[in-house]
Design a protein around this ligand. Structure first.
Ligand SMILES: *[C@@H]1O[C@H](CO)[C@@H](O)[C@H](O)[C@H]1NC(C)=O
Ligand SMILES: *[C@@H]1O[C@H](CO)[C@@H](O)[C@H](O)[C@H]1NC(C)=O
Length: 329
């Protein structure tokens, strides 16, 4: 085992020496062609950055770009001749910069390439990779049920489509608390005629939602975890339901009926008093405090006599009651 490993490393060393000798001898050929990995965005121009590392003067004869999976170059340009191949490519060629410009990036541009450069000081090939990404559309949000009951269950959805490669979705409430851990992300990969895209759908489930957490923010991140879009999501609360569950609906109605009932009774009472007052022509003092006593809080005037004249007021009340009874008969 170790013998084999030793042999292998010796072969590598020998090869390296053999390969290095010619370049060392022809110092003139000590130059490099360097290309950076390229990330293009679908539908946008992409620059494939390549340059020559060499301190002396040189002249470019021609360049060619070849996809490793294809036999013929996708683009080639012999200087002073018309470029050939895919017309979306062009050579920047400014001194040592031999970058290529791709005018309109498409998904099928993704792949491994070899960039070949011929100069008057020799020729070189550099490997490079073109990755293609697509931006996600602005996320769309929805909830199920559409009308949310405070304290009830709800699923919040945030969907982003047409992006590539697969990204992710994060959730935050109005105070910035991260709810992502409670969500489930679904990724659907679509490939139509080489045009790949991913549809992201994130579902954030609440068994019992606290509506004061809203509005929620859903953030779409691309495959490199860079934010690509976000949206604020205000949930729609069910009409009438405010703080409690559906049970409070009926109690609200009961309370309403009671308020309306007591108001009607009060109004009736007031009308009867007015009539009686007209009849008796204001022989008595104001009946207002008495009303206050009978319906606390329902009239605006303070109960001035209340504390000292409780007994009298109660007498008056019984008197009024008998009067009403008399009028009814
Ligand atoms: C998001 O996707 C989910 C699951 O496919 C779906 O139920 C929901 O209606 C979608 N919402 C929007 C706004 O597209
Ligand atoms: C939110 O939570 C998710 C999952 O737990 C995590 O990956 C992400 O980094 C968090 N984001 C922030 C801004 O804290």
């Amino acid at each position: 085992m170790s013998n084999k490993a030793n042999m292998a490393s010796m072969i590598v060393v020998v090869l390296a020496v053999v390969c290095l000798i010619p370049t060392v001898v022809h110092t003139k050929a000590l130059w490099e062609l360097e290309c950076q990995p390229t990330v293009g965005i679908v539908g946008q121009p992409t620059v494939i950055r390549c340059h020559i590392k060499y301190s002396g003067d040189f002249e470019v004869v021609g360049v060619a770009l070849k996809n490793v999976k294809q036999d013929n170059p996708v683009f080639q340009h012999i200087i002073k001749e018309t470029p050939a191949g895919d017309p979306r490519f062009s050579l920047v060629n400014q001194g040592k910069d031999l970058s290529l410009q791709l005018s309109d990036t498409i998904f099928s541009d993704e792949g491994e390439y070899e960039y070949y450069v011929a100069t008057n000081i020799g020729e070189k090939t550099a490997k490079l990779r073109i990755s293609v990404t697509a931006k996600y559309r602005d996320p769309l949000t929805s909830s199920w049920p559409v009308n949310v009951t405070d304290g009830g269950p709800v699923d919040l959805y945030c969907n982003a489509t047409e992006g590539y490669p697969a990204g992710t979705i994060h959730w935050f409430d109005q105070s910035g608390t991260n709810w992502t851990i409670n969500s489930i992300l679904t990724k659907a990969i679509k490939d139509t005629n080489g045009s790949k895209s991913v549809a992201l759908s994130s579902k954030l489930t609440f068994k019992s939602i606290d509506s004061s957490l809203a509005p929620f923010r859903c953030v779409v991140l691309n495959s490199k975890c860079v934010k690509e879009g976000e949206t604020t999501f205000q949930i729609m609360l069910k009409q009438g339901a405010e703080k409690e569950q559906s049970g409070s609906n009926t109690s609200n109605i009961v309370a309403g009926v009671m308020v309306i009932g007591s108001l009607t009774a009060g109004l009736l009472f007031a009308l009867l008093f007015c009539r009686r007052k007209r009849i008796q022509n204001a022989r008595r003092a104001s009946t207002q405090p008495m009303l206050n006593k009978y319906y606390p809080g329902k009239t605006a005037e303070p109960d001035l006599e209340g504390d000292t004249e409780t007994g009298t007021n109660l007498n008056k009340v019984s008197l009024e009651a008998s009067t009403i009874a008399g009028m009814r008969n």
